[in-house]
Design a protein around this ligand. Structure first.
Ligand SMILES: [Zn+2]
Length: 340
């Protein structure tokens, strides 16, 4: 049943199955199905025959039976009890392994998420036709679960009142309550900030939804080691200390390595190796090595020429570059790239 389509396919298949078998004499008179879980009333002496009938249609479909014990049978989240007059009585069924653990009150979740489990229990409380004894017992269990998870009594009071009112409304009229057209907005959840913001947004007709994945890890840090800029490749610039000229270049190796080469060329006055050296030799200027930096990290070698050309085309200062940009295009001037 793991696939998202499975419940739908099971429904389609079993509907067809029911239609075909419905005419059979032995088909149970009471037959209530939720996807592939079925509640049926079958006379005990016909049980085996009925099961054989159900299992005879498809080789791969095999029904199993869980019989009532002392007039009680759990079905989905209900405990169904057969009374002396053969009428049925409903209560809420919890598996023996249920721990009543929900999102605790001190957890960093937004209110609606904390309330969700209790809303669902409250809905069930008012919509399953329970007798007073079962109703009170279930009500007590909801309060107990709330306390166990750190909530105060009034937390449950409020939720129960809401569902009670809703039920009364439903009983009084079949008209749907007017629903305002709501606009939705999605925010990350940080209780101190989000709650006041939500109040304001609500006044302006916005329904706020929250992004999940608000873990401690998300809040604290990005655990990935950051690669230092001087270890990256891309477009770099080297300024002159004595005039506004800059050199713009590209490197597919680490920025650090490429800068070292420029330094070496300047120190040894090798104009053939570096346009920066040409500048220092020609004007007797000093280079501001400390301000040399990678201005654009480029990960793909194929993008280097384009980025370098774009930076060159948009340079605000005189360039030391001896060669033209690798790509010449008036389009680069349209990008309005600002280089500091
Ligand atoms: Zn200069």
């Amino acid at each position: 049943m793991g696939n998202k389509l499975s419940p739908l396919l099971a429904d389609v298949f079993l509907s067809d199955f029911e239609l075909a078998l419905g005419k059979e004499k032995l088909f149970p008179r009471v037959w209530r199905r939720y996807v592939d879980d079925i509640f049926a009333a079958v006379k005990e002496r016909y049980l085996t025959q009925t099961l054989d009938l159900l299992n005879s249609r498809h080789s791969t479909i095999k029904f199993t039976v869980e019989k009532e014990i002392e007039g009680k049978l759990p079905f989905l989240d209900l405990m169904i009890t057969r009374k002396a007059d053969n009428k049925l009585k409903f209560g809420i069924y919890r598996k023996a392994t249920s721990t009543d653990r929900y999102i605790t009150s001190d957890s960093n979740h937004f209110g609606a998420q904390k309330q969700a489990a209790f809303h669902s229990m409250a809905h069930r409380l008012f919509n399953v036709p329970m007798e007073n004894e079962e109703f009170q017992a279930e009500r007590e269990k909801i309060y107990k679960a709330a306390v166990l998870n750190g909530y105060e009594k009034r937390f449950v009071d409020k939720i129960l009142r809401k569902h009670k009112r809703k039920k009364h409304r439903q009983n009084a009229t079949t008209l749907e309550p007017d629903k305002k057209q709501e606009r939705r907005i999605c925010l990350p959840f940080y209780p101190k900030i989000t709650n006041p913001v939500q109040t304001v947004l609500k006044q302006h007709g916005y329904q706020v939804a929250y992004k999940s994945g608000n873990t401690l890890k998300d809040l604290l840090c990005n655990l990935k080691d950051k690669v230092p800029t001087d270890q990256k490749s891309g477009i770099y610039q080297i300024p002159c200390k004595d005039c506004p000229a800059v050199y713009i270049g590209q490197t597919r190796r680490k920025f650090k390595v490429r800068i070292r080469e420029h330094k070496h060329a300047v120190d040894h006055e090798r104009g053939n190796d570096s346009s920066v050296a040409v500048h220092t030799i020609a004007h007797n200027h000093t280079i501001d090595w400390d301000s040399a930096k990678l201005v654009k990290t480029v990960r793909k070698a194929a993008h280097l020429n384009a980025w370098e050309s774009m930076y060159i085309a948009n340079a605000e200062h005189v360039l030391m570059n001896e060669d033209d940009a690798p790509i010449s295009s008036p389009l680069f001037h349209l990008t309005n790239l600002k280089i500091q």
